[in-house]
Design a protein around this ligand. Structure first.
Ligand code: 6XA
Ligand code: ZN
Length: 343
């Protein structure tokens, strides 16, 4: 399988995130893709190529201009205010407050566009986030060109980022950008299957009122898990998008038997939709030893997951999302891809 990777994805390296009331080293860091790349090379899965630069057009096809401009200039504005440490918001708009006025001050703007205090912006964030989007776009272009599948081994991840906010370690929504590009380039229907442990709130929001992109997500129940404010089963789409959004919230402790049941139903709904392209938001934080998650999938299940996806027989773009058990991340991610190829 072709992999797309850029060294620029290493440029984002936050020092610390707020976790359980303490500042701790960022779980989402460059060692993650290093491990995935090591494993890809060890098993010789296929060629690893650098992405092409698609410019800002495909990013702005999904994200609001004001938001993209903010991400692009945030670090300069932050350092201009005299700071030389990571940029983190400290207040969040609440019910009944204004959301139609973007503050001018950098602390106000970062709070307007940020979703949480776990996602620092650094000097290299824009470079890495755009490189990650270009990886997803290049993989999509290759699949449109006839490949059965391609893998964007990118970071920072994307699925929590919506049209106009970032968070959950995500800045630009790589999977959504890929899906939109596939549509722009002629695919009639695109399915996005999000198998990350966390609900893909950003991706859901971006396509919620559309029938040309189906979104399905298997994730920990937001009643007890981040992102808390989206991901329930009764979120089924709106307007033209009614019936094209499918959430499968699962309890803490979910094992493969329970997971496979939900996955089988998700795959049934994808078959019913008959997509031209499938984008997989490939999070590996469903792993039993993930440090921030509470599902119980063992490493031997990931090739099975890949084989089930291959059974759809739809051209597939894999986009890396979460997964923080760094020593096992390469094995688990590449396990999905090998299972897909061997099916
Ligand atoms: C908040 C948890 C952020 C979730 C990041 C993730 N500390 N999303 O893996 O898929
Ligand atoms: Zn996750």
């Amino acid at each position: 399988m072709l992999t797309v990777y850029s060294e620029d994805c290493r440029a984002h390296h936050g020092r610390a995130e707020l976790n359980e009331g303490q500042l701790v080293p960022c779980f989402e860091n460059p060692s993650r893709t290093d491990m995935v790349l090591d494993r890809l090379r060890a098993v010789d899965l296929g060629e690893i190529v650098a992405p092409r630069d698609f410019g800002e057009g495909p990013l702005r096809a999904v994200h609001d201009d004001g938001f993209v401009d903010f991400l692009k200039t945030c670090w300069a504005d932050w350092t201009a205010a005299g700071r030389d440490w990571d940029a983190i918001p400290f207040t969040f708009g609440k019910r009944g407050m204004r959301n139609d006025r973007v503050p001018q001050d950098i602390d106000g703007r970062i709070s307007f566009y940020g979703m949480d205090a776990g996602t620092p912006i650094t000097a290299g964030t824009w470079t890495a986030a755009t490189a990650a989007a270009n990886c997803a776009l290049t993989a999509t272009e290759q699949v449109a060109g006839g490949l059965r599948a391609a893998f964007a081994a990118c970071r920072p991840p994307g699925h929590h980022a919506a049209a106009d906010y970032y968070g959950g370690y995500c800045f630009l929504n790589n999977a959504a950008i890929a899906a939109q590009a596939a549509r722009t380039n002629g695919a009639q229907r695109v399915s996005i299957l999000d198998v990350d442990y966390h609900h893909g709130n950003g991706t859901q929001t971006i396509f919620y009122d559309r029938d040309d992109v189906q979104f399905l997500s298997l994730h920990a129940d937001p009643t007890v898990e981040y992102p808390y404010f989206l991901g329930h089963a009764d979120e089924t789409g709106a307007g033209a998008g009614e019936g094209f959004n499918h959430n499968f919230p699962l309890p803490w402790g979910t094992d493969w038997a329970r997971y496979e049941e939900a996955l089988t139903e998700a795959l049934r709904r994808i078959r019913g939709y008959r997509p031209d392209v499938l984008v997989v938001s490939l999070g590996l934080d469903t792993f039993e030893n993930d440090p921030i998650s509470k599902f119980r999938l063992s490493s031997d299940r990931y090739p099975q997951l890949g084989a089930l996806l291959a059974g759809l027989k739809v051209p597939t773009v894999f986009v890396l999302e979460g997964g923080y058990a760094v020593e096992a991340l390469g094995t688990n991610a590449v396990g999905v891809l090998q299972g897909f190829e061997d099916a």
